[in-house]
Design a protein around this ligand. Structure first.
Ligand SMILES: Cc1ncc(COP(=O)(O)O)c(C=O)c1O
Length: 396
């Protein structure tokens, strides 16, 4: 299927479908009159095989209490093994209704009130929320930003771990919003440092299939043949990859048997549900038959990224765009052309766009916007025109 055929078959009109991205603009941004490129879901229908599998279950018509289908493990494990060389075991895997919900549970599991938890900003904003809401102490190390190229600031991380007696790190790999796919060397250095300092690590790998650049994804589970497994928990889901967020199915991977036992006890005390049956049916079908669909989506994301980058840099060379290695989220520093204090008003009232604003991701994100590229090239061209016209008008 070429790009146009894919777009014809899979583009979804989302307005007035109870979509958070399209139908919650007034509540979120104060006006409806915006082209939405914010929250991370796609304007594409899920793979055909997913819809067929769901349809089959719907036709059967029974939605009683359900087990995880055996083939879920087969298809998910095969996907992870063949694409990334990750070896998973059935007894390591637990299911949840969403990654953020699991992060919340894991913070309770791995730390006590008042313990220090480190996050590396700018980062997906629920990381901060789960630390604050559980009354843990937030410790922030900012990523190093060299003209839009981000890296880990190991000296700062080490110093703050020691100073603040950090117990837990929540790490995003690949990283939302800066688009980094961390290299094996970077991951090894971070995991080694955390192991030495007895800092447990939660690695959020939800974006790991969304590989846009050339760098391959390496799971924290596979580093040095699993050397760090006992010190970490990985969270992941098919929802970001295949656009299934509302089906409430995610993974918690706990290789360490003691941690697993404690996790099971806590989850049972919290009465947390273990995912949803429709979510598992969808996920299983996606891992079985969604590879070509994903490749089509990534082709569109790459093209959209290239278009925005080329046009924006041509018109405004001072705009800094982070190289997009992973995720479908583009991270743009507008601070040299719009003052951070007026950015939000400018984007809403002049460019008529709904985006994620950089400061949602922490102080280090100030002056930036995050654009969701998982939409049609037509929307991307329109959004780019709106942004460039607004910037031109501002400068004239
Ligand atoms: C890093 C990261 N983790 C988790 C999520 C959301 O996961 P869920 O919808 O399963 O809670 C997102 C959504 O954008 C994300 O970017």
């Amino acid at each position: 299927m070429d790009e146009q055929e894919f777009l014809n078959e899979y583009t979804a009109k989302r307005k007035q479908t109870d979509s958070v991205k399209w139908d919650n603009l007034k509540a979120m941004f104060g006006t409806d009159d915006l082209l939405p490129l914010w929250v991370a879901d796609m304007d594409f229908k899920a793979p055909k095989a997913v819809r067929e599998a769901l349809q089959k279950r719907i036709d059967y018509g029974v939605f009683g209490y359900s087990l995880t289908p055996d083939d879920y493990y087969d298809h998910y494990f095969k996907w992870q093994k063949e694409r990334y060389g990750i070896e998973l075991h059935r007894d390591w895997l637990r299911f949840g209704t969403g990654v953020v919900n699991s992060l919340n549970t894991l913070v309770k599991l791995l730390t006590k009130k008042g313990d220090s938890v480190m996050i590396l900003q700018p980062v997906y904003y629920p990381f901060k929320r789960v630390v604050d809401n559980n009354e843990r102490k937030l410790v922030v190390s900012d990523l190093k930003n060299e003209a839009g190229k981000y890296s880990l600031d190991f000296d700062d991380i080490k110093q703050k771990i020691e100073q603040e007696h950090v117990k837990l790190m929540i790490f995003c790999s690949p990283h939302n919003p800066v688009g980094r796919v961390w290299s094996e060397e970077e991951l090894t250095e971070l995991l080694e440092l955390c192991r030495k300092k007895q800092v447990l690590v939660i690695v959020d790998e939800i974006h790991h299939d969304l590989l846009v650049g050339k760098r391959p994804f390496v799971s924290a589970l596979s580093i040095k043949d699993g050397h760090y497994r006992d010190n970490l928990i990985v969270v992941d889901a098919p929802s970001k990859t295949f656009n299934l967020a509302s089906l409430m199915n995610s993974h918690v991977i706990i290789p360490n048997p003691q941690m697993r036992m404690r996790y099971d006890r806590l989850v049972s005390r919290l009465e947390s549900p273990a995912g949803s049956m429709l979510g598992k049916i969808a996920g299983s079908a996606a891992y079985r038959a969604g590879a070509t669909w994903l490749e089509n989506v990534l082709t569109i994301v790459r093209k959209n990224y290239h278009y925005v980058k080329t046009e924006l840099e041509k018109a405004f060379p001072k705009v800094q765009i982070a190289p997009l290695e992973g995720t479908y989220l583009m991270w743009i520093d507008l601070s040299q052309v719009v003052s951070p204090a007026e950015l939000e008003t400018f984007i809403k009232q002049k460019a008529h766009l709904a985006v994620d604003f950089g400061d949602w991701f922490g102080e280090a994100g100030k002056g930036h916007i995050r654009l969701n590229l998982a939409t049609t090239p037509e929307n991307i061209v329109k959004a780019t025109d709106q942004l460039i016209s607004a910037l031109r008008e501002k400068q004239s």
